[in-house]
Design a protein around this ligand. Structure first.
Ligand code: ZN
Ligand code: ZN
Length: 352
């Protein structure tokens, strides 16, 4: 099979030939029909994360070897299955849950693979959707596509479950209580769509780019805030009519997290989602006096994926913008995402 792979960090992806996988046990092989391009793929390409305080986490530290095809937002057609893979229909299309765990720990038994400490994620520790085929470890990681658009539905596998899980962490919240979303890229717009599906009425989007703020308004944000320069916390409070109970930071850099934290009301929650990285200095006594919470949110579970797909199939979840690229243009899609030229999600498809 062919795979657009990271061969050397930060250098253009190369199309390499990889041995076609033979499914064993409960494995299912799928021919990739669509694969979203996520900011995590850019970090994978670069090969490192900024942990703050001058510390860097490399993907080599996480056990990643190259060459490796990235891509974890996958829709594929099941083409082969191992003898123990029951309940999968060959020829059918599925959304693939990528953040698979060890399959043996309590979190995995509870289908909370994203909390497993020994993951075997697709597009990170095994070849992802930038390849022509991928392997799902078990049919339970596959959610039937039905009549959904493959390009849009592919984004549910990371973007969709990530925003769903993060929003659960600030709920329940009355529909007219503002929720602040920092960043209006793929995740920010998906979060606006998800909040609309939940009939939330007060959605404030923060971004440094006027075009992205415009896209947020188009998606249904009720107000936007310029995230550039000084005084961002003050502008958020002003737009919200007071300090806010919920901030979800899809950028999660030193500056954005501080701006979100500074805008919190007593009892408010800041949810960290992006991996731009850096650090947040907290007054420990201040945490108590303000009764605030800061919490990380790492993607979502396959249960979240089923919930998001059900929401989409019910017609309640508005579609987010998708830009299709032929798979041969994977480098172009990555470059455009990196330079901020993509509104919503770039998705690699077999034919545009
Ligand atoms: Zn992702
Ligand atoms: Zn596990």
């Amino acid at each position: 099979m062919k795979a657009w792979a990271v061969v050397r960090n930060s250098e253009p992806l190369e199309c390499i030939e990889v041995t076609m996988p033979e499914p064993t046990g409960s494995q299912v092989v799928l021919a990739v029909e669509a694969c979203g391009v996520c900011h995590s793929d850019l970090h994978f390409w670069k090969g490192s994360y900024n942990l703050g305080g001058g510390k860097i986490l490399t993907l080599a530290d996480r056990g990643v070897t190259l060459p490796r095809a990235p891509g974890h937002e996958i829709v594929g057609r099941a083409i082969a299955a191992g003898p123990d893979a029951t309940g999968v229909t060959l020829g059918e299309s599925y959304i693939v849950y990528p953040w698979i765990g060890c399959g043996r720990c309590d979190d995995c038994a509870n289908e909370d693979d994203n909390l497993c400490t020994s993951q075997n994620s697709i597009g990170v520790l095994q070849h992802g959707g930038f390849a022509s085929e991928v392997v799902a470890a078990h049919p339970r990681y596959l959610v039937p596509l039905g009549s959904l658009d493959p390009a849009l539905a592919s984004t549910f596998a990371c973007s969709g479950i990530t925003v769903y899980n993060a929003i659960q962490k600030v709920m329940p919240l009355a529909p007219d209580r503002p929720i602040v979303l920092i960043g209006a890229g793929g995740l920010g717009l998906a979060a606006i769509a998800m909040l609309r599906a939940f009939d939330h009425k007060a959605i404030i989007s923060v971004d440094i780019d006027p075009a992205k703020r415009q896209a947020a308004l188009g998606m249904g944000a009720t107000a936007t805030v310029d995230g550039a320069g000084e005084g961002v916390s003050g502008r958020i409070v002003e737009a919200a009519g007071g300090p806010v109970s919920a901030v979800i930071d899809f950028v999660n850099a030193t500056g954005t997290a501080a701006a979100g934290f500074g805008a919190l009301a007593k009892g408010g929650r800041l949810v960290n989602v992006g991996v731009a990285g850096g650090e947040l200095t907290l007054s420990l006594a201040g945490m108590v006096f303000r009764n605030v919470s800061v919490m990380g949110s790492n993607t979502g579970s396959v249960k979240d994926l089923r919930a998001v797909v059900q929401l989409a199939k019910s017609g309640k979840l508005p579609s987010t913008p998708v830009t299709r690229f032929p798979k041969d243009s994977a480098n172009d899609a990555m470059r455009k995402l990196k330079s901020g030229e993509i509104t919503g999600r770039a998705v690699l498809v077999e034919t545009v």
